[in-house]
Unconditional design. Structure first.
Length: 306
C-alpha cells in the first residue's frame, strides 16, 4: 500500500522536465548576473523597451502629426523642447520615443526571421548529408560572399516601401552566418553515440532533429539571436537613412534621413542628428553586450579564453 501511494505521489515525466527547465533557467540567471557588462546591457534594453511601450502615455499620439506640430521649425533645445524640433516643428524627443518602437520591432522581427531561416538551413544541411547538404551550403556560401547591405537595398528597392518589406529584406539576407554555425554544431551533435542508439531504436529524421539535435543547438541559436538583433537594427537604420524605409512611420534611421534632407549637417543643428544616432549606437551596443554575455554563460570555455 505504501509503495502504491509513493508511486502515485511521484512526479510525472512532464513535471520532471519542467523542474529541470526551471533549474537550468535559475542556473543561467545566476551565472549571467555575475557579468556586469551583460547586466548593464540588459538594463539599457529594459529601459528603452519600457519607454517604447509607454510612448502613447509619455508623449501622446498627436506628437507625430505634421499638421499639429506644437513648435516652430528647427528650434534649438529649450525647456519646452528638450531636444529641439524638426523641420515641421515636432518635438524631437517625442519622435525619438516613437522611433524606438519601430526600430526595436523591426530589429526583433528581422532577427527572429533571420535566425529561423539560418537554424532550419543549418540543422537540415548538417543532418541530411550528401547532395542536399552540398547544394544548400553552396547557396549559403554565395549569400556569405555577397554584401548583405547591397542585397537588402536591392530587395527594398524592388518591393513596396513598407515596414514588412524592411523586415523581409533584412531577414532573408542575414541568415548565412547562423546557418554556418548551426550546421557545425549539428555535425558535432550527430557524431555522439546516443544519436546512433536513437536511430537503431527506430528514430526517424524528424525525431533525431527535433528531440536531439535542436535542443542541443538552441543555446547557440539564443546567443546568435541577441547578436543578430543589433545587426538588424543597424541595417534598418541604414535603409531608412537611404530613403528605403517606410515613409509613413517614424524610426531612428528615418529621423537621420529627415535631418539630412533638412540640411541639419550643413547648418550645424546637432540636436537633430545626435539623439537618433546615439540611440541606435546604445541599443546596438546593449544587444551586443547581452549576446556576448549569453554566449559566455552558455559556453564557459569562451570566458576562459578571453
Amino acid at each position: 500500500m505504501t509503495t502504491e501511494t509513493e508511486a502515485a505521489a511521484a512526479p510525472g515525466p512532464r513535471a520532471l522536465t519542467w523542474a529541470r527547465r526551471r533549474s537550468s533557467a535559475a542556473r543561467f540567471w545566476r551565472r549571467y548576473r555575475t557579468h556586469r557588462a551583460g547586466l548593464a546591457g540588459l538594463w539599457v534594453l529594459g529601459l528603452i523597451a519600457l519607454v517604447a511601450l509607454a510612448a502613447p502615455l509619455l508623449v501622446g499620439a498627436d506628437s507625430q502629426s505634421v499638421t499639429r506640430a506644437p513648435g516652430g521649425p528647427m528650434e534649438a533645445p529649450s525647456g519646452a523642447f528638450p531636444l529641439g524640433t524638426d523641420q515641421f516643428g515636432r518635438s524631437l524627443l517625442a519622435l525619438l520615443v516613437w522611433g524606438a518602437r519601430v526600430s526595436l520591432t523591426v530589429g526583433l522581427l528581422a532577427a527572429f526571421l533571420s535566425v529561423a531561416i539560418g537554424t532550419l538551413v543549418g540543422v537540415t544541411a548538417g543532418h541530411f548529408k550528401g547532395w542536399y547538404g552540398t547544394v544548400v551550403m553552396r547557396i549559403t556560401d554565395w549569400f556569405l560572399v555577397m554584401p548583405t547591405l547591397v542585397l537588402a537595398i536591392a530587395l527594398a528597392t524592388v518591393l513596396s516601401r513598407s515596414l514588412w518589406t524592411t523586415i523581409l529584406a533584412i531577414g532573408v539576407t542575414t541568415w548565412p552566418t547562423t546557418a554556418r554555425l548551426v550546421r557545425a554544431q549539428t555535425l558535432s551533435v550527430e557524431s555522439r553515440p546516443y544519436i546512433e542508439r536513437s536511430r537503431a531504436l527506430g528514430g526517424g529524421h524528424g525525431h533525431v532533429m527535433g528531440r536531439h539535435v535542436l535542443p542541443n543547438v538552441m543555446p547557440l541559436v539564443l546567443s546568435q539571436t541577441t547578436l543578430v538583433i543589433s545587426t538588424a537594427i543597424l541595417t534598418e537604420a541604414t535603409l531608412a537613412f537611404l530613403g528605403l524605409g517606410d515613409p509613413t512611420v517614424v524610426s531612428w534611421g528615418g529621423l537621420l534621413q529627415d535631418a539630412r534632407e533638412a540640411g541639419a549637417v550643413s547648418s550645424g543643428d546637432w540636436w537633430y542628428l545626435a539623439p537618433p544616432g546615439l540611440a541606435i549606437a546604445a541599443v546596438a551596443l546593449a544587444f551586443t553586450l547581452c549576446g556576448r554575455t549569453v554566449e559566455t554563460v552558455l559556453n564557459p570555455k569562451l570566458g576562459a579564453s578571453r
